[in-house]
Design a protein. Structure first.
Length: 258
């Protein structure tokens, strides 16, 4: 399979499986990734996903330009949607959280896919960067948008304009990754964290995520109104009643997402 999907209870592990090409995505893999993410979003039993790459050296080198550029040109000429944004992954709004397990180099579009994740863990051998200017193009799947929101502006400018990556240690120091985890335990740690999040109220997790994302770049008053709207919506849910009841009864809650 071009994209492997494994289920671990409420957690989906999505693996870009093309190690022979540095996990670069050709049109087939882009479409498969988009389909895998769409299925995850639509499946009511799945609450959190982990995105990683096959092998132990590369998360993803991004787009397979040798195959993508001809396909892009052909689809545009045919009046069809071009294969870009990694099957829609980096452009489509999601409701559910995703953790990036960066198991090696995340370069160009690979960096953009990592940036599209809500939480990022990295192995010590990981490097993260946007190399597009080396090839006289620019990031086109969210790199110039998301990187300046994740790291200080000056560092984002340096990474984007120079095309030079940073290593896992520096990425952790500046907050681009949450923590650095030994390669052999990276996937397990990402799944463990996903299971922790999946055990929380799913409506609350999605509402909190939406509130955070809506508040970025918004004035405080507007962001507070948005947060309160999400708060009211969650407070009306059966899960909120279950959470309070379980707390009072000193037992683990059973959330049903309604």
């Amino acid at each position: 399979m071009p994209i492997d999907v494994e289920r671990d209870g409420p957690v989906a592990v999505i693996t870009i499986n093309r190690p022979e090409a540095r996990n670069a995505l050709d049109p087939e893999h882009q479409d498969a990734l988009g389909a895998a993410v769409a299925e995850f979003e639509a499946d009511g039993d799945l609450r959190v996903a982990v995105l990683t790459g096959a092998g132990d050296t590369v998360f993803s080198a991004g787009a397979d330009l040798k195959k993508l550029i001809p396909a892009f040109r052909d689809r545009v000429r045919a009046g069809e949607e071009p294969p870009w944004n990694f099957g829609g992954f980096t452009a489509t709004e999601r409701a559910k959280p995703m953790i990036g397990a960066i198991n090696g180099h995340a370069l160009a579009g690979g960096c953009e896919m990592a940036l599209a994740c809500d939480i990022r863990l990295a192995s010590p051998n990981a490097t993260i960067g946007l190399a597009e200017t080396k090839w006289a193009i620019i990031p086109g799947a969210g790199g110039t948008v998301r990187l300046p929101r994740a790291v200080p502006l000056g560092l984002a400018m340096e990474m984007i304009l120079s095309g030079e990556p940073i290593d896992a240690s520096e990425a952790h120091r500046v907050g681009l990754v949450n923590r650095v985890v030994p390669l052999e335990s990276l996937r397990a740690e990402a799944v463990r964290l996903a299971q922790v999040i999946a055990a929380r109220g799913p409506l609350a997790v999605r509402a909190a995520r939406a509130s955070v994302l809506a508040g970025i770049g918004t004035d405080e008053r507007t962001a507070m109104r948005t947060e309160f709207g999400h708060f009211i919506g969650v407070m009306r849910s059966d899960d909120a009643v279950e959470g309070a009841t379980a707390f009072a009864e000193k037992r683990d809650p059973v959330y049903r997402g309604r």
